[in-house]
Design a binder for this molecule. Sequence first.
Ligand SMILES: [Zn+2]
Length: 453
Amino acid sequence: MPDDPTGPFADLAIVNCTALLGVTADRTTFAPGTTLEITGGRLTRIDPNPAQAPRAREVIDAQGMVAMPGLINTHCHAAMTFLRGAAEDVAVARWFNDYIWPMEVNVGERDVYLGTLVAIAEMIECGVTTFADHYFFMDQAAQAVADTGIRANLGSAFFSSQGPVGLAESVAFAERWQGKVDGRITTSIAPHAPYTVTDDDLRGAADAARRLGVKVHLHASEDLAQAKASVSSRGLTPIQVLHETGVLDAGTIIAHGNGIFDSDIPLLAATRDRVGVTHGPKGYFKFALGPLTPIASLRAAGVPVGYCTDGAASNNTLDILESMRITALSQKQVRDDATWFKSAMALEMAGPESAAVLGMRGQIGELTVGAKADVILVDVDGFHCQPLHDLAAALVYSIQPTDVRTTIVDGRVLMRDRQLLTINREALLDEFRQRAREITDRTHGRSIQDYTN
Ligand SMILES: [Zn+2]
């Protein structure tokens, strides 16, 4: 309740929720009976002990629900929803060379719009309010973000095999869309990886990122075999390549870092205020990659690590709740320690740590006054959650994506009680399924790139 009962109305109020108001590596703070007020796209009031009903144009009663910060997918290729399930049970080199890169020859601009819309629909449904995307025809992805109301960091991916135009287009895209659609779009420069992009182009990407005040978003040290191949072919780890080309210094989103060596950690620690690593374990397990991203060492060095799904072609879903759960389970397993990676740490990685990977700590990933109003309401009344002896554990180990009832981005309700408000499900799926059949045709015998590390 505003102190002045005749004061201005909030745009939106959420009442009776149990709000996740704070999280650290070993502690969560939940406040039952909380009222959240949102005005102008930001959280303007958080009251755990409201004396009276709020003054707001719209009020959502969230009895039985947890209000938590919207989830963040720190690395994906949204439009790859078209290839979901199209390349299963193969190793990573065959996955690229025999399936994905030949199929991507068929992907056109309209496809990227459609595929990204499907990805956004799925992400809104499972509580993702911000995603970092790395793909081609990115004006189409930006249009999908504009049309649906979600928040995104977008990067136009390139290979040096495209010639100078690849980097130039990536830079032009970042310049064109940075801060657009009410600030919901931020951008990155997006070289594919150190093994498909030359050092000169990496230097150019770093220079442009510095000039524009954005990050470089790329794949690096994805797995141990690839990192070892870099050492044997040029005497440098991929992280050392990023250091020498100025990419780390400019600020970097690194996917996926499974091949980060202990000797790389000091380089990453030196740039930890602007470098983060994104972790999507489901795909690593599917590709039988090991070891996993050294989360413990990175965290100990102060380097933020966030969750991702990568593309649906490898991960099958864009469900960050699933990435969080698999991470929590696998981290306990690899450390042989059931007391490590508590539910609080899992939620900290989902919130402020994932925000930090994108350079957005304090703006998203937390419910604090002044932060962007990206909020999800999660129903914890289901049998699979009850009784609630440990609410943090319920969020990490029990809830299903369908328990996300309402998704709010920038103060706007994009899904209300499981109904998508900005996407026409039937029309979208009709066109998407038709194009999916055509995109997976490989009879042309061509490919967009060759995977040789
Ligand atoms: Zn990726």
